[in-house]
Design a protein around this ligand. Structure first.
Ligand SMILES: Cc1cc2nc3c(=O)[nH]c(=O)nc-3n(C[C@H](O)[C@H](O)[C@H](O)COP(=O)(O)OP(=O)(O)OC[C@H]3O[C@@H](n4cnc5c(N)ncnc54)[C@H](O)[C@@H]3O)c2cc1C
Ligand SMILES: NC(=O)c1ccc[n+]([C@@H]2O[C@H](COP(=O)([O-])OP(=O)(O)OC[C@H]3O[C@@H](n4cnc5c(N)ncnc54)[C@H](O)[C@@H]3O)[C@@H](O)[C@H]2O)c1
Length: 459
């Protein structure tokens, strides 16, 4: 006999727990099913542990630069990778424990451990346990994509998940994929003291960003001793003298690359392949992501998909916003929509890249009349005072509506500074609101009005 619930949430990532809480509070008998660790990717193998490692790496970097700031460290700067990992485990483990305690304290919510598979549009099997529900919310996330590279099965390789168990320093870390995951690991391991080589298939790093952002990021990484190989189209692996031997280029340069470890960071695949979705009629796209409408409903009545699995966002904040959208529509009679959301994210190298809205490339392709303002961080007082003038600010404005279209801020605190543009963009106010506003000195943000006062038409 199946156990019946008013609502079932599959996956306790970034949308599942807050949604289960709201559903339970509204009086619905709710179950949340998790097959591994509550908190999902962000808490256990994504944002939280990686940013904790970025924090350790930043201190190592700052300690090595101490003399430039007139600070003497007697003795060499050493990184104890076991302690680095222990600190990461404490922060990430603490977050996981908090999510667990939160779920266990929810009214009307039962946590069920195990892997869920659909047996029908309103029924599930969780390792032999039959469950039914009137409403089912899919929040199953994604995992590292591991392509079928020649010889990869002959070597030990790492993904963002298995990297979390590292408590020693690789001699030479080879990172396949020069995008968000690859670059954050590249800089942090270089700062920990490893030799690092990034191997990217495209002709530049972070191909979604503007070319000037890609080259400035490459310069930052190379300036710290990371080796970057772009245009690497023909990869093959075999065991080698250091651990792994890689063939990168089959045409021009046949010299193999020897590394002690290899990290595969070439994108994500959705966890829909083990959900038995064929029993539901839910539509997925060619890459396996669930197709949803603007309010996150699938094509099957009573089934929603939230978070990375719906391909409408690939970040923790977009996943959490998915929860807000579903809860607002279902429980608050508030018709919030995905298309109300503005794109924003960070790349947490140091200094970080903050991004909102359109890139320059997208603005040029939009057909709009576009104005652009830029400023190198070498002309930002705060950056000079704090000794990090790498990067630049770039803001794009619609010449006709005066709306801010997008921005890239690569530079110290760029991930924070850029967010001061967001309320203006959500409020659909002209850039002049900001360019006329007085900001605090000496900060990076105080230069945003200056940049906006020097807008020029895009050529
Ligand atoms: C290395 C790394 C760094 C990142 N850094 C950032 C960052 O700095 N900022 C940011 O915004 N984003 C970052 N992200 C992205 C962010 O982690 C994800 O976008 C976010 O966690 C997605 O949340 P989700 O709830 O959709 O999925 P997840 O967090 O993956 O949660 C899905 C959950 O569902 C469970 N599950 C899957 N299938 C089943 C099943 N059949 N039955 C039961 N349970 C199931 C999984 O075990 C998992 O717990 C990072 C990602 C990675 C990999
Ligand atoms: N700061 C953040 O918010 C943050 C940090 C890490 C990850 N994430 C999320 O995780 C997602 C996945 O990140 P990612 O960096 O793994 O993937 P990605 O899809 O952003 O980039 C994959 C990279 O690998 C390259 N690549 C693909 N195939 C290759 C091959 N055969 N050889 C060499 N290079 C190859 C691509 O050209 C691309 O540069 C992102 O979309 C992002 O949303 C976010």
């Amino acid at each position: 006999m199946a156990q019946h619930f008013d609502a079932i949430v599959i996956g306790a990532g970034q949308a599942g727990p807050p949604l289960a809480e709201r559903l339970g509070k509204s009086g619905m008998k709710t179950a949340i099913i998790e097959r591994h660790l509550v908190g999902g990717t962000c808490v256990n193998v994504g944002c939280i542990p990686t940013k904790t490692l970025v924090g350790s790496a930043r201190v190592a970097h700052a300690a090595r630069q101490a003399a430039e700031f007139g600070v003497t460290i007697n003795g060499s700067v050493e990184v104890d990778m076991r302690q680095v990992k222990a600190r990461k485990d404490e922060v990430s483990g603490g977050a996981n424990a908090n999510v667990m305690a939160w779920i266990q304290g929810m009214d009307n919510v039962t946590l069920i451990s195990g892997h869920a598979r659909f047996t029908g549009p309103k029924s599930l099997d969780v390792e032999g346990q039959a469950l039914t529900a009137d409403r089912i919310f899919i929040n199953v996330g994604a995992r590292a994509r591991v392509p079928d590279f020649a010889g990869l099965d002959q070597v030990d390789y790492l993904t963002n998940s298995s990297m979390m168990a590292m408590d020693s320093l690789p001699k030479h870390l080879l990172i396949v994929g020069g995008s968000y995951i690859g670059l954050e690991f590249a800089q942090m391991y270089r700062r920990f003291g490893a030799k690092v080589t990034v191997i990217e298939m495209q002709d530049r790093l972070i191909g979604r960003e503007d070319p000037d952002v890609s080259s400035a990021v490459q310069e930052i990484l190379e300036g710290e001793g990371v080796t970057v190989r772009t245009g690497a189209e023909c990869l093959a692996f075999e065991p080698g003298p250091m651990g792994v031997r890689m063939q990168i280029d089959c045409q021009q340069d046949a010299t193999p690359l020897d590394g002690s470890h290899v990290l595969i960071a070439v994108g994500r695949v959705p966890n829909t392949d083990s959900l038995s979705l064929e029993h539901t009629g839910v539509t997925t796209n060619a890459r396996g992501y669930i197709v949803v409408d603007d309010q996150l409903r699938t094509n099957v009545e009573g089934i929603w998909a939230l978070g990375e699995v719906n391909a409408r966002g690939a970040f923790t904040h977009t996943t959490y916003n998915d929860f807000e959208i579903v809860a607002a529509n279902l429980l608050d009679q508030d018709p919030r929509r995905v298309t109300d959301r503005l794109l924003c994210y960070g790349l947490f190298i140091d200094p970080p890249l903050g991004r909102v809205g359109m890139t320059e490339t997208q603005a040029r392709a939009s057909g709009k009349r576009v104005l652009m303002g830029t400023r190198p961080m070498t002309r930002v007082g705060r950056a000079k005072e704090f000794g990090d003038t790498r990067g630049f600010i770039k803001i794009l404005v619609d010449a006709d509506s005066q709306a801010i279209l997008g921005a890239s801020i690569l530079g110290m605190t760029g991930d924070e500074v850029i967010q001061s543009l967001l309320p203006l963009m959500y409020a659909k106010q002209p850039y002049t609101v900001m360019s006329r506003a007085v900001h605090i000195h000496p900060t990076v943000t105080e230069l945003l009005p200056t940049v906006l006062q020097s807008l020029q038409p895009l050529e």
